[in-house]
Design a protein around this ligand. Sequence first.
Ligand code: HAM
Length: 426
Amino acid sequence: MSMNAPRGTQDILPGTSEIWQYVEEQLADLCRRYHYKEIRTPIFEHTELFQRGVGDSTDIVQKEMYTFEDRGGRSITLRPEGTASVVRSFVQNKVYGLPNQPTKYFYMGPMFRYERPQQGRMRQFVQFGIEALGSDDPAIDAEVLSLALNSYKELGLKSLKLVVNSLGDKESREAHRAALVRHFDPHREELCADCQVRLDQNPLRVLDCKKDREHPAMETAPSILEYLNDYSKDYFEQVKQYLDVMDIDYVVDPNLVRGLDYYNHTAFEIMSEAEGFGAITTLSGGGRYTGLVQEVGGPETSGIGFAMSIERLLMALEAESVELPTDEGLDVFFVSLGDEANRAAVKLTDELRRAGIQVDKDYLGKKMKAQFKAADRLGSKYVLVLGDQELENGVINVKNMTSGEQQEVPLGEIIDHMKKELTGGK
Ligand code: HAM
């Protein structure tokens, strides 16, 4: 047995975890401004939720789920995505019956898919996503797209492309589906084994096949946009108009097909166009879904959402050389020498921390000089020195590591003094 982390997973160590925290805080703040509230759902669910929610014919359900039987003989699956769980919770908690609709949620947390690991494709990855349930106003589609784009723009990304499509309503999709079958059926034998099955189960997904991408029939395949009925056409027009009023650039790609079964009307993806981003260019994706709430046992309710992985977001930040303002330094390092001074240092360190100041100290019994060195390595802004001499005089030596200035501060005043120093005297 290997003692390394399983393939497709990673450790996020200090140095990088600060970036994660910063990004997570920014995304949460963005959601606050758009008035999306956080929801936390379990990391595992009954397998059936994903089979019915995500769709039996999808790659996720057929090939990628971490499914196991628990000790009670139930089939359990580690969540491969967030939407099905959010919808399950919305139904289970009867949130649809509450007065304030639509319900606007955001979530952040690990998802699991048994995929072939490569850059930007992990087996455990963290998704940030939002779902707005209970409104089929095209303005909320535009709101979701705006939030999705701004989550990248506000972090400093520029090389972004928003691709939108409409998958239409049920009637439009059925007409398109029939046209796709008519179109691909004569080429059935030339398509890959997966696509032969897709042609019967969900022909739209043939358009998304990586193996058959070059097949000539792909290019001439009927576009969903030709099969949209009046309602769907008008819906899509309105979404685009709202994007226009917000000055959001987008391209319409009638071949944009999402890998999950639950979508109708608006579907979209955001791509990175940054050089060196890697083979997978999709940063995030989402869309509108109508049948999902009913599928899970709730009343007919429409929703729209999107999700991104933080891993791909960080890759894009790296590809565009965006530096995030994370603070990895330390405010105060406490240097002490001698038993009595060490005891006083422990007490004062504790008091300073409780007063809101970030403090660390030596725990390796180092000599004074080595403690100073450690403070330097940690990038400490201040060093407090307490030796026998200082203790006798009832003072602490405070050294500003940036200016090199030193001053003696009475022991009883050290907390107020440090507070003032660290806030620039304010
Ligand atoms: P999805 O397209 O399957 O949609 O995934 C959304 C995003 O999750 C992807 O664009 C990508 O950023 C990230 N992602 C997916 N798989 C991996 C992986 N193996 N490694 C790293 N990142 C990955 C959904 O999950 C839908 N639930 C989105 C949604 C929300 N639709 C409506 N509401």
